[in-house]
Write a protein that binds this ligand. Structure first.
Ligand SMILES: [Zn+2]
Length: 187
C-alpha cells in the first residue's frame, strides 16, 4: 500500500501514461511512460529536510495543524530549487518557528519509503522568539531525557541524535490507525 501520488497523464504533452517494462542497467523495470512522447515517470524519492531544533537547552517539537493525531514532531519541509539543504532547513525553521539558526550539523539520512521520501535530518541550534506559522498549532519544549522517539524516519533521527548526547532513546508505539491510510503521520 502506498500513499504516493501516481500521475495518469504526461506532464509534457498530456497524453495518457501507460505502464511499460524498460530494459535498465539493473534489469527490466516497470515504469509509467507517455504513450506519445516517451516521457518517463521515474518516481525517484523526494528529499525532505528535517530538524531537531535545540532551543535554549531543550528540544522544540511542534504539532502540525493538518494532523488529526496529537503527535509532536520535528520541523520538516521540502527543499526549494536553488538552495542548499542547509539553507533550506534554516529557512523552514525560520518560517515555521521564527527562530534563527545559529549552527547546523547533519544527524543522518533516513529512508521513508511509505511516502517515497528520503529524510535529511539535521540538529539545529536556534534562538530568538518562538512564533509559530499557521501550519503549526502548538509546540512543546522537552528536556532531552523526556523525549520519546517514534518508529519512523525522523523518529530514528531523533534517537540517533540522543545517543550522541549519551541518552538511550525511548520509543513510543503508534496507536493503531482508525483510518485506512494514515497519510498524515509525521515522517
Ligand atoms: Zn508526453
Amino acid at each position: 500500500m502506498s500513499a504516493v501520488f501516481e500521475p495518469r497523464f504526461c506532464p509534457a504533452c498530456a497524453a495518457p501514461l501507460s505502464m511499460v517494462e524498460l530494459a535498465e542497467d539493473g534489469g527490466p523495470k516497470a515504469r509509467l511512460r507517455c504513450t506519445a512522447c516517451h516521457w518517463t515517470h521515474w518516481n525517484n524519492p523526494t528529499p525532505v529536510l528535517a530538524a531537531i531544533v535545540e532551543y535554549r537547552g531543550q528540544v522544540l517539537l511542534a504539532r502540525n495543524a493538518a494532523w488529526k493525531h496529537k503527535a509532536y514532531a520535528l520541523i520538516t519541509g521540502f527543499m526549494e530549487a536553488g538552495e542548499t539543504p542547509q539553507d533550506g532547513i534554516a529557512r523552514e525553521i525560520k518560517e515555521e518557528t521564527n527562530l534563527d539558526t545559529l549552527s547546523l550539523d547533519l544527524v543522518g539520512v533516513y529512508d521513508f519509503q511509505r511516502m517515497n521520501q528520503v529524510i535529511i535530518a539535521y540538529h539545529a541550534v536556534a534562538d530568538g522568539e518562538v512564533k509559530l506559522s499557521p501550519e503549526l498549532v502548538d509546540y512543546r519544549l522537552y528536556d532531552l531525557p523526556a523525549l520519546r522517539c517514534w518508529p519512523a524516519g525522523t523518529g530514528y533521527a531523533l534517537a540517533d541524535w540522543l545517543r550522541t548526547r549519551g541518552i538511550e532513546p525511548q520509543f513510543v508505539e503508534w496507536q493503531r490507525p482508525t483510518e485506512p491510510v494514515a497519510v498524515d503521520r509525521p515522517a
